[in-house]
Design a binder for this molecule. Structure first.
Ligand code: ADP
Ligand code: MG
Ligand code: ZN
Length: 473
């Protein structure tokens, strides 16, 4: 039997505001436990939350960037449950009337374009953190994170494979980074994802029973966990069994999903409007003001790269995959204006080691790359040597001029110098020379290769070709 996979993602993005959503405490990560707290985020009685206007502004940004409909009247609701990391006994979230609904995101998988629906975007506060002792059977509570603003983005169950899920996640990640509303750090949990997955016989309309996966703190783990769960559910269904609806945790050490223990499973959150907070009214003027301040988004930048620079869609898609990469590309372009050549070089030599999300860690500055490619363009070094030099730049961050000078990599373009070597090589290989003269001109490649070997890649290849042709005829 053939199955179709159905996936829907719930993503939590921590907003990059200076202060928390309902109090003035700092949102800074990594401070000593419980130092960024006050009576409001500690859930003391007799204090009132006050909404951080910036959070609404960020939510409007994301709503606009995802083509979502913005609700002019917004309400906050209490989501009630008990857990030690939630001092109030309820989380302030949105239930009915979230900030935005009915959006969509375009993804590309294997050259195929597709829209994934966004059910809703809502604002809420984060909970605290439990720190479990490695040795003693005790847990500590750190409430620094309590009240950190979050946007939750819930997708429609439109995703049909783990690869599509990863593409959707990366796209949304790119957008929050372009908008500069979330730092996107998955390791620290400022961008996290719960994945719902089910299988159904191909052709069936109703969805199958789903499981919810948690604890995946990288794009790769999200895809791995979904692939594992897809196989697990298929095996159960093929055996005639039933998938149990439950929450599973990804175990990255054992590469498998495992049932979650402890935390209560079936919740009745008893949502009700929070009487401490007034409805938030969003008017057209505010939306317009936010729209005016929107930066160029990935799709727009991609279109511009194609129209202005004549880049193929494939290149433009890759180069705009993250804001850092697109910025890096444009900064390098300022010093080396051959867009397609630059794109090729980045695509093969840079992205191999530093993916779009990791450009910030790359030790090579855009001007250094521009300088390197200019040296190749001007013939100071060969294209092949440029790659070697770049590898060295990636390892050490050294300027290309210094590497080329210190290692003596300047291209040999002196005819007199090269012609002696060319003659030497022809003499040493009479059989190949005869082949060439008998019309098998392809052996020229062999001769050029020999010269490259002798000069350790420094001979100018065009000149080598010309010289061999001349000397062999
Ligand atoms: P909750 O997890 O709170 O019950 P929802 O029922 O709204 O919330 O669903 C959460 C996510 O699960 C959404 O992204 C939705 O698209 C997805 N989803 C719902 N049903 C299925 C299903 N049968 N298979 C896969 N994903 C699903
Ligand atoms: Mg859920
Ligand atoms: Zn506080």
């Amino acid at each position: 039997m053939e199955f179709e996979t159905v996936i829907g993602l719930e993503i939590h993005a921590q907003m990059k505001t200076k202060s928390k959503i309902f109090c003035g405490c700092s949102t800074e990560f990594g401070a000593p436990p419980n130092t960024h707290t006050c009576p409001v985020c500690l859930g003391m009685p007799g204090v009132l939350p006050v909404l951080n206007r910036r959070v609404v502004e960020f939510a409007i940004k994301l709503a606009l960037a995802t083509g979502s409909a913005i609700n002019r009247e917004n309400r906050f609701a209490r989501k009630n449950y008990f857990y030690p990391d939630l001092p109030k006994g309820y989380q302030i979230s949105q239930f009915e009337l979230p900030i935005a609904e009915h959006g969509r995101l375009e993804i590309d998988v294997d050259g195929e374009r597709k829209f994934i629906g966004i059910t809703r975007i809502h604002m809420e506060e984060d909970a605290g953190k439990l720190v479990h002792d490695d040795v003693e059977p005790v847990s500590y509570v750190d409430l620094n994170r309590t009240g950190t603003p979050l946007l939750e983005i819930v997708s429609e169950p439109d995703i049909r494979s783990p690869a599509e899920a990863a593409a959707y996640l990366k796209k949304l990640h790119a957008i929050v980074r372009y908008l500069d509303i979330c730092d996107g750090n998955m390791q620290e949990g400022s961008f996290r994802c719960d994945a719902n997955i089910s299988l159904r016989p191909r052709g069936q309309k109703e969805f199958g029973i789903r499981t919810e996966l948690k604890n995946m703190n990288s794009f790769r783990n999200v895809q791995l966990a979904l692939e594992y769960e897809e196989r697990r559910q298929r095996d159960i269904l093929l055996d005639g069994g039933q998938v149990v609806q439950q929450t599973l945790l990804w175990n990255p050490d054992r590469n498998r999903t495992e049932p979650m223990r402890g935390k209560e499973e079936a919740h009745d959150y008893r949502y009700f409007p929070d009487p401490d907070l007034v409805p938030v009214m969003v008017d057209d003027a505010w939306i317009e003001e936010v729209r005016q301040g929107l930066p160029e988004l990935p799709e727009e930048r991609k279109t511009r790269f194609m129209a202005e620079l004549g880049l193929p869609e494939y290149d433009a898609t890759i180069l705009t995959a993250s804001r850092e990469l697109a910025d890096f590309f444009e900064a390098a372009l300022a010093g080396y204006d051959r867009a397609k050549k630059l794109s090729n070089f980045i695509g093969t030599e840079l992205l191999r080691d530093y993916g779009p999300e990791r450009i910030g860690e790359c030790p090579v500055a855009p001007v250094q790359l521009a300088r390197l490619l200019t040296m190749a363009e001007e013939g100071t070094i060969s294209g092949k040597i440029a790659k070697t030099v770049f590898a060295e730049m990636l390892a050490t961050g050294t300027d290309p001029d210094v590497i080329v000078r210190e290692k003596g990599l300047v291209q040999m373009s002196d005819e007199g110098e090269l012609v002696a070597l060319v003659r030497e090589i022809i003499e040493a290989n009479p059989a190949q020379a005869r082949q060439y003269r008998d019309g098998k001109t392809k052996v020229i490649g062999f001769f050029v290769g020999q010269l490259m070997k002798k000069t350790r890649g420094k001979a100018n290849p065009q000149m080598a070709n010309k010289l061999f042709q001349k000397e062999l005829s």
